[in-house]
Design a protein around this ligand. Structure first.
Ligand code: DUC
Ligand code: ZN
Ligand code: ZN
Ligand code: ZN
Length: 488
């Protein structure tokens, strides 16, 4: 197998420009990009005539090999990544969960899980409680372990949920470390109450999941997190924005100049909640995720927000459970493991829904699926770009060939697909990961252990100007009033 590749005759697309050019790759790195590159005959040549040559997708939000709701996701680091590569995604950022409150133990567990990786990956870290170790461990994560983002769950009462006090402690610590604070924004107390009401009404099926946690609870938590991050003056990343309610809070904050990033999730962007009312339990339960997939209308509004820059990137929250696992909640929607697939489908469906429909340009597509994520998490231009010196994570997308999604042919281990039957134009025909062709002619050639852990340094671009804003705030304070006690 040659480690030298020439991608010939394609249109090279980056986040802000595209050009007709060849791409030469050697030793896992892009060596040159330009017209008519000449090479020797020890080089494998890929013909990209009439096709787009783009940076591989980066999925900012996945859960592989995660223990959750009494079970474990059916896709681990190997099967989830294999699926990703078959769909043109060449890097993902997964969420490490602490073990007994310890971030270091959590990281150790994820280091083990990720040893079989067949593509590059990075980690966010979830903060689920606060004690004397947490602050110190966060520091170690940022300074020694290559983690520059921490996620706080405002939902999942009784397990991951944090209160406002912890949010403030956490946000403040993130700021001091130059790490990005992330929130799962749903009001967990209200969700708990909503679930109780549904059960009381005798609504125990999957539709009860959506009814118990309506958009208003996502909007409320999003607004609260934004205000608390604003109070501390630290950037905030809102994961899986699923509703107009949450999107509008982000829009308002951004208009006021606050540094807030909104991540859409593929399922929320292209699906609606109609299936949750299907009489077949599994058909409905496969759509159960949190926050829930919303009523029709939210999807279109989120697409518009994404196309106009109100929201900035697309993740998947890929978190798969098979039918047997989903059936854990057959008598009670509260026990249906939350999560849907998407890591393999994201690149195709964003192309199909956003580019084919004319809502965004081809360069926007690269920005939304790859470059913005690389910039945010401070690994650009190593990732997210086709240029000399960048990692050779590349896809060749043929806008004229077709894809079709179904559980029989997908590469995830799960036995259902929430995008079942979707057909469209624009197919990822070739995926190159670390300079090797891993997907070609509908065939995967992945090697467990070949994926690298990507360390993400702190103080990404969102931190520019934060100190200045603090200084301005402090200097605007008047001196304290001197009062005499004599008059009391
Ligand atoms: N939501 C899901 O649907 N799955 C994993 C965690 C989450 O917040
Ligand atoms: Zn402790
Ligand atoms: Zn979440
Ligand atoms: Zn998630």
């Amino acid at each position: 197998l040659s480690t030298k590749l020439l991608i010939k005759g394609g249109i090279v697309v980056n986040a802000h420009e595209m050009e007709a050019a060849d791409v030469y790759v050697e030793g896992g790195i892009i060596v040159s990009v330009g017209p008519n590159i000449k090479v020797g005959d020890d080089v494998t040549v890929l013909d990209a005539t009439g096709k787009f040559v783009m940076p591989g997708g980066i999925d900012p939000h996945t859960h592989l090999g995660m223990e959750f709701m009494g079970t474990e996701t059916i896709d681990d680091f190997f099967s989830g990544q294999a699926a990703a590569l078959a769909g043109g995604t060449t890097m993902h950022i997964d969420f490490v969960l602490p073990v007994n409150g310890s971030l270091l133990s959590g990281l150790e567990a994820y280091e083990k899980k990720s040893r079989k990786s067949c593509m590059d990956y990075g980690f966010h870290m979830a903060i689920t409680k606060w004690d004397e170790h947490t602050s110190k461990e966060m520091e170690i994560m940022v300074k020694k372990k290559g983690i520059n983002s921490f996620k706080f769950f405002m939902a999942y009462k009784g397990s991951f949920m944090v209160n406002d006090e912890l949010l403030l402690e956490g946000f403040t610590k993130c700021k001091s470390l130059g790490a990005l604070a992330m929130v799962h924004a749903e009001n967990g107390d209200a969700v708990y109450e909503g679930q109780r009401r549904m059960i009381e009404l005798g609504i125990t099926g999957p539709e009860g999941h959506a009814l118990s946690r309506p958009p208003v609870l996502e909007g409320e938590a999003t607004a609260r997190a934004i205000r608390l991050a604003g109070f501390v003056n630290t950037p905030l990343y809102v994961v899986h924005v699923m509703s107009v309610d949450a999107m509008e809070e982000i829009s308002k904050a951004r208009k006021s100049g606050q540094k807030v990033i909104g991540e859409t999730v593929l399922s929320g962007l292209v699906l609606n909640d109609s299936w949750l009312w299907d009489p077949d339990f599994i058909t409905a339960a496969k759509y159960v995720m949190s926050p829930p997939i919303r009523a029709a209308g939210h999807d279109k509004a989120l697409q518009a927000a994404l196309s106009m820059g109100v929201l900035q990137l697309v993740g998947t929250d890929h978190c798969t459970f098979n039918s047997t696992q989903k059936a854990l909640g057959i008598d009670d929607f509260r026990k249906i493991p939350n999560g849907v697939n998407g890591i393999e489908e994201r690149m195709h469906l964003v192309w199909n829904t956003m580019v084919e429909s004319g809502q965004i340009s081809v360069t926007d597509y690269v920005r939304l699926t790859s470059t913005e994520c690389a910039r945010l998490f401070n690994i650009y231009p190593r990732k997210g770009a086709i240029r000399a010196g960048s990692d050779a994570d590349i896809i060749i997308l043929n806008p004229n060939s077709s894809f079709e999604i179904n559980a029989k042919s997908h590469h995830s281990r799960t036995d259902t697909n929430v995008y079942e039957g979707w057909k469209g134009k624009g197919k990822v025909e070739v995926t190159i990961s670390g300079g090797r062709v891993v997907w070609e002619n509908d065939e995967l050639k992945v090697v467990p252990g070949s994926g690298k852990y990507i360390e993400m340094p702190p103080f990404g671009y969102l931190f520019n100007g934060i100190d200045k804003a603090d200084a301005k705030y402090l200097s605007s304070m008047k001196a304290p009033v001197k009062r005499s006690r004599a008059t009391v």
